[in-house]
Write a protein that binds this ligand. Structure first.
Ligand SMILES: Cc1ncc(COP(=O)(O)O)c(C=O)c1O
Length: 451
């Protein structure tokens, strides 16, 4: 790949990007005709692959009917139908949905909903948000303020509202040798209580957490009981629980909502990415009844809004995506192929001593898998961050025509490398074998060059 000339402010300067031309199932095809096997859905977005006819047709039909109508003048059938579908398939009780165009917007809306919920009740001191270290909730200022990833925040720190953080739940790195998994989860969950008491419960509005930690932490799951304790603490101190399922939700972990596997619901739940499979930009907040009631019985309206909320073609794409997942029972495939992929990765990594030495952890659920790389498996020491191993693996994998989503700073925002896998829900066994082979080859080549 050669450097491209561009008038677009791309994600990096001097980008070496191919130009995308088309999609075919789990493959993306560039203008030169190269076919890339998609093992990450971009950033865990493309859950239906890249050529789903039903979703494409739903968008075309919607645009033919009405492309856009501002939601202060009209509602539209697509958003009404999608809201009904989402509410009837939610985990727990939610009574309304707020539609936006992506993840960060969903987080901003949920922060404001939490604040307004307390404001309406005259609890105007409730203004602090607590989240977890190494979390990612988006790049807008509010989302960045609560996010726990150091390097993303650093340049903007002086202009961020106050965010407070407790430890990530990371058993691979932080569980003590003499501790059971359950006790570890409880100890880390109890940090929330300590933080609430430190700030004063009367000042805390909400705790925000990715149900399964995604991009910055590499698929961190929590031990059984962790989220139950979190829910208990939130209820005890009148603190709302905002579950961020933007990456891990809508089937990615093998259940429609990741929180189903924890047995708890949030007061607000944010979703995006897989909700419309990337065919149109869409995010949403599921809102529990007490929050809807507080606003209805208070000022009577959510003091928020964007030009494109409830966009008809986005919601049409979202509804078609959700119906595809449901009617084709794609979550069964997520579970089956998730198991296959995990097994295949373990076998491949265990059969090669170089990989065995440098794969520290394979974690995640369903088709949401994180692979943490280490310089030394016994001490779990990370590679020197200046090696930028994660970036090199992404580049090498692209040369091997495989899309994966590696990231650095896994351990503490600076040190550590991981690779995130989040392939489309439609992958088959042959795709699993190809992902494993191309990824193993890419990691091996990069580590060999680095050592
Ligand atoms: C958990 C989580 N929250 C929020 C966001 C922000 O979403 P967006 O990039 O659509 O603004 C992301 C994006 O990766 C995410 O993974």
């Amino acid at each position: 790949m050669t450097m491209i000339e561009t008038n677009v402010m791309q994600r990096t300067n001097n980008p070496t990007l191919a130009t995308i031309a088309s999609g075919d199932g789990v493959y993306l095809i560039d203008k030169q005709g190269n076919r890339y096997l998609d093992a990450c859905g971009g950033a865990a977005v493309s859950c239906l692959g890249h050529s789903n006819q039903r979703v494409k047709q739903a968008i075309i039909d919607q645009v033919n009917d009405i492309p856009y109508a501002h939601t202060s003048f009209f509602t539209n059938e697509s958003q009404e139908q999608l809201a009904e579908h989402l509410l009837s398939h939610a985990y727990g009780e939610f009574s309304q949905v707020y539609f936006v165009t992506g993840g960060s917007e969903a987080i901003e809306a949920s922060l404001k909903l939490a604040r307004q919920y307390f404001f309406e009740q005259g609890k105007t001191d409730k203004r602090f948000f607590i989240a977890r270290k190494q979390s990612y909730h988006g790049n807008t200022l509010g989302a960045l303020a609560i996010g726990g990833n150091l390097w993303r925040r650093k340049p903007f720190d002086p202009i961020l509202v106050e965010g407070h953080h407790i430890s990530a739940c990371n058993e691979y790195r932080d569980k003590l040798g003499n501790e059971t998994l359950f006790d570890y989860g409880q100890r880390i969950a109890n940090e929330l209580e300590t933080k609430i008491l430190e700030l004063g419960a009367e000042n805390v509005a909400a705790f925000v957490a990715e149900t399964v930690g995604g991009a910055t932490a590499g698929c961190l799951t929590s031990p059984a009981g962790y989220f139950k304790r979190i829910r208990e603490i939130c209820d005890q101190y009148d603190v709302l629980l905002i579950l961020d399922e933007i990456m891990c939700g809508m089937g990615r972990t093998g259940t429609l909502h990741a929180c189903e596997q924890e047995g708890i619901q949030g007061d607000l739940e944010t979703i995006a990415k897989g909700v419309s499979a990337g065919y149109q930009p869409l995010g949403a907040v599921l809102i529990s009844e007490k929050i809807v009631n507080a606003i209805d019985n208070g000022s009577g309206f959510f003091q928020h809004g964007h030009t494109y909320i409830g966009h008809p073609s986005s919601c049409a794409a979202g509804l078609a995506t959700q119906l595809e997942i449901q009617e084709r029972d794609l979550l069964s495939n997520v579970n089956t192929q998730g198991e296959n992929l995990r097994k295949s990765l373990h076998e491949s990594f265990n059969s090669d001593s170089l990989l065995t030495d440098h794969i520290g952890d394979i974690r995640g659920r369903g088709l949401f898998i994180g692979i943490e790389l280490v310089a030394d498996r016994n001490s779990k020491k990370a590679f020197d961050p200046s090696l930028k191993l994660h970036a090199k693996i992404k580049k090498k994998a692209m040369l091997n025509r495989l899309m994966v989503y590696p990231m650095g700073g896994t351990v503490d925002g600076v040190n550590g490398d991981h690779i995130l896998l989040a392939p489309p829900f439609i992958i088959d066994e042959d795709n699993v074998a190809q992902i494993t082979e191309r990824l193993s080859n890419s990691i091996r080549a990069v580590i060999q060059e680095a050592l």
